[in-house]
Design a protein around this ligand. Structure first.
Ligand code: B1M
Length: 233
């Protein structure tokens, strides 16, 4: 692009800027994503709207072209890095709600799986809703989950999987917890693009969460039930 053609992000109106951010995410342009994120915030957008309308929607478009063989792993990695740079700006703002502490959660992506954007997003939204979140990262085997549960005694265990080949590992974790007699001590929430409600039921999770907002609502519901049970019993 010649210098005269250079796009000045701050001169675009909101719709143009969001469309440009989708393009920039697609092209893996980290600095432009950071700039666009800051501009939208300065214009009074809520962190949640920036996240969902500019970043998540941009990544949805990347996902379609990845699926269709138009984009490949290196390009998608760049897009993911650009997305994470935007999320880094939003994270403290989403966590800053001053919501009272509702409970705690351990969350990780299962063994064999390195996708972490969705998990990170769920963690951010849960923090924003008032949960203490202990993120154990990607490629987490059952021992890592159990060690984190022992260390943090969370109310909720969250597992993320993005691959059809890794989602069955969630059942390995739950079955191990059943064997150890500790399954019922925790609410287990699962999520990730290839999962659905039937899968969640079949592996013995308490609930499947379609997205981060549903994860927050579901976690709150289970915490309310837990408190009601404690009050009754
Ligand atoms: Co991957 N990848 N990828 N990838 N990748 C997918 C998942 C895929 C669907 C793309 C495609 O073909 N259409 C496909 C999986 C096919 C399948 O199994 N059905 C795929 C593949 C095949 C692969 C590789 C095998 C490619 C290869 O090497 N040939 C490889 C596997 C690596 C591995 O894990 N072992 C691979 C690698 C990668 C990158 C490293 C390049 C990169 C990941 C970078 C990173 O995460 N740091 C990547 C990406 C970015 C994607 C896509 C394009 C985007 C995923 C994403 O971040 N989405 C993805 C396409 C897609 O999903 N349509 C794809 C945005 C995010 C906000 O959404 O993660 O769905 P999501 O999270 C949502 C909900 O699902 C839910 O809430 C989140 C927020 O709303 N949620 C939870 C998620 N986890 C939750 C946990 C909860 C609750 C809700 O707990 C309570």
């Amino acid at each position: 692009m010649s210098e005269e053609d250079e796009i000045i992000l701050s001169e675009l109106d909101d719709d143009e800027l969001v469309a440009q951010m989708h393009d920039d995410l697609y092209d893996g342009l980290k600095e432009e994503i950071e700039e666009g994120t800051n501009i939208l915030l300065e214009r009074g957008w809520t962190p949640y709207d920036v996240l969902t309308k500019a970043l998540v929607e941009g990544m949805r478009i990347v996902g379609i072209d990845f699926r269709d063989g138009i984009l490949f792993v290196p390009e998608v990695l760049l897009a993911a890095n650009a997305m994470k740079a935007g999320m880094t700006i939003l994270r403290p703002l989403l966590a800053e709600t001053g919501a009272p502490k509702l409970g705690s959660m351990v969350i990780g992506t299962v063994k064999g799986d390195i996708h972490d954007i969705g998990k990170n997003l769920v963690g951010m939204m849960m923090e924003g809703a008032g949960f203490d979140v202990h993120d154990i990262g990607i490629n987490s085997d059952v021992d890592k989950y159990l060690a984190a549960i022992e260390e943090h005694s969370p109310d909720i265990l969250g597992m993320s999987a993005l691959l059809t080949t890794t989602m069955p590992y969630m059942k390995v974790v739950i079955d191990t917890m059943v064997e150890k007699g500790m399954r019922d001590d925790y609410t287990i929430l699962v999520g990730g693009a290839p999962l659905n409600e039937d899968f969640g039921k079949a592996i013995g999770a308490d609930a499947y969460c379609r997205d981060a907002a549903v994860a927050v609502e579901t976690a709150k519901e289970f915490m309310a039930r837990k408190h009601n049970q404690m009050a009754a019993g």
